[in-house]
Design a protein around this ligand. Structure first.
Ligand code: SF4
Length: 554
């Protein structure tokens, strides 16, 4: 029987009045939105991820892989640079359907953060020794100036940390929802055209904030770049500081925020301020503080700083930074002068002190510990104590006397590192891919090496600069959208109608062009996809068409 409401006339069309719902928010702490938590936020709330190091050293290293708490294994381990690696033999078609524990084996990928890409010969020797002893001779050069090992056992981590830390290296916050490695110019301190070396600011940021629990629980990863020159992919970072000269105040840095690629790519935006060198660490911490407090935590795919910057706009971002985090206004600044292309530093170049640096390429960043040990010997034999890694999976040897450069170029060639690489080898990068990455759909490293070899055979004299970036899935770790030819791994339909490994093709992307924002990301011509088998032929055809149609000087 229906019960009538005495407060409402029988024939009323009014709906019952509900209490107004509190806006759900996006998980911004500063606005009081602490619930509901997603699984990643829960892990961070239950225990500070930095605490897991003690458990690794005191428990897991002694009791082995099976003793590891799953929340530590797939969550907090990342804060110490550790990810489980993909089990061998699982094809890309099963990536999305298997449970995490079915995809992973008992070995880890370990990232060593090399902030600013700066290594001494002694540090390089330790990196190489760890590779040979504990990582089956793996030591990939990543496009974020890290060294990445594979095949690491949890039992070996205490000894690996002991050796790394004995030479001032660390894996702290090399992965995870925290400030990752700070990218820097590989020629900081030696470049002829550099007016300020930002290395002291990078060192200060690492000293003050890496490992500080106040900055170790961010909505997601936070990527930084600080460089005088345009030789890092600054537009793709959460924060970037680029060298600029102020007409009255002199050299300082132009601040950009909110860049990031992945599945929702956005280029960083200029805040229009000028930051002197000594203020860089405070300003950096202010931007990280905004991300920590106002960043979106509810949905993982919205949890990068770029979404907040896109919603607020740069004027509001600057106002909050100045008023709530710095307590003072920043000076307006001029825009940095941006060249049309990035500088990769390959070849022999004179330093400001008259000595030289030599930049060389491995193929798609793949090197072994044995190669790195020989590199350390070669650098030392040519009077150098300084190695630099680049954000393009390449490396440099600094401080080489002029009469020793040719001898070093030859020695590097003997190690498989070319200071005079073909355009193909010079411009190729590949992410980790199916060999070790649990998110991968296609193989990348071996395929990238095969592609380079084939193009070198068929188009040896190709003389234009060209970048080809191979990515094993849509996450764009090797920066799909900003290459001349960007390749995004996915399954595609093969000639016999079955699904096979392949790539969606992006054409005409580039870096160093953020002022012309439309020019930054490659286009996807009519959803063009190629199978992995067709790839070398496709790139060759594209290159030949370019050569046939290019104008003089292009
Ligand atoms: Fe793994 Fe995808 Fe990143 Fe490649 S792009 S390393 S496959 S997550």
């Amino acid at each position: 029987m229906a019960v009538s409401n005495p407060a409402r006339p029988e024939n009323s069309t009014l709906r019952p009045v509900r209490a107004p719902r509190r806006p759900r928010g996006e998980g911004q702490w500063a606005l009081g939105h602490h619930e509901p938590l997603n699984a990643n936020e829960r892990i961070k709330k239950d225990d500070d991820p930095l605490n897991v190091r003690a458990r690794i050293e005191n428990i897991y290293a002694h009791q082995g892989f099976a003793s590891i708490d799953p929340q530590d294994l797939r969550g907090r381990f990342r804060w110490w640079g550790l990810y489980t690696q993909r089990k061998a033999g699982i094809d890309g078609g099963r990536t999305a359907v298997l449970e995490p524990h079915e995809l992973e084996d008992e070995f880890f990928m370990l990232r060593v953060r090399i902030d600013g890409g700066q290594l001494s010969v002694a540090q390089l020797r330790v990196v190489a020794e760890i590779s040979r002893e504990f990582a089956r001779d793996t030591a990939d050069l990543t496009d974020r100036q890290n060294i990445q090992y594979h095949w690491i056992r949890v039992e070996d981590m205490p000894e690996i940390w002991r050796r790394l830390e004995s030479v001032g290296l660390q894996t702290t916050e090399a992965c995870g929802d925290c400030p990752r490695i700070v990218l820097g110019s590989p020629v900081a301190g030696v470049a002829r055209s550099e007016l300020i070396d930002p290395t002291p600011a990078i060192d200060e940021i690492v000293r003050r904030y890496v490992g500080d629990k106040q900055y170790a629980n961010l909505p997601r990863k936070f990527k930084s770049s600080i460089s005088w020159l345009v030789d890092t992919p600054y537009e793709t970072n959460d924060i970037a500081l680029l060298g600029v000269e102020h007409p009255e105040h002199g050299p300082g840095f132009d601040l950009w925020v909110g860049g990031g690629l992945s599945t929702n790519p956005m280029l960083a935006q200029r805040l229009g301020v000028w930051v002197p060198l000594h203020e860089v660490p405070d300003v950096w911490a202010g931007v990280v503080g905004i991300f920590r407090d106002y960043g979106y935590r509810r949905l993982r795919h919205r949890a990068r700083l770029k979404f907040l910057v896109a919603d607020w706009g740069v004027a509001k971002f600057r106002e909050v930074l100045e008023q709530e985090y710095l307590g003072r206004a920043l000076l307006d600044g001029p825009s940095a002068e941006l060249p049309a292309t990035q500088i990769d530093h390959i070849g022999v170049h004179e330093q400001r002190d008259g000595r030289n640096y030599v930049g060389a390429a491995a193929v798609v960043g793949r090197v072994s510990g044995s190669q790195l040990a020989r590199l350390a010997d070669a650098a030392e034999a040519h009077g150098s104590d300084r190695i630099r890694l680049t954000p393009y999976q390449k490396l440099l040897v600094l401080d080489v006397p002029s009469d020793r450069t040719e001898s070093l170029v030859e020695a590097l060639h003997g190690i498989g590192l070319s200071a005079r690489p073909s355009a193909w080898r010079r411009g190729a990068m590949a992410c980790t891919g199916l060999e070790f990455c649990k998110l991968a759909i296609v193989e990348t490293k071996a395929r990238g090496a095969e592609l380079v070899t084939r193009l070198e055979e068929r188009l040896r004299d190709f003389d234009a600069d060209i970048t080809i970036h191979l990515n094993g899935c849509p996450n764009a770790c090797a920066r799909t959208q900003v290459a001349d030819i960007g390749l995004r791994g996915q399954l595609v339909v093969g000639p016999d109608g079955r699904q096979v490994e392949g790539f969606q093709v992006h054409l005409g992307g580039g870096l160093g062009m953020a002022q012309d924002r439309a020019a930054g990301f490659g286009r996807k011509p009519r959803g063009l996809k190629v199978t992995a088998t067709e790839l070398p032929e496709y790139v060759e055809r594209l290159a030949r068409r370019f050569l046939a149609g290019r104008r003089s000087g292009e």
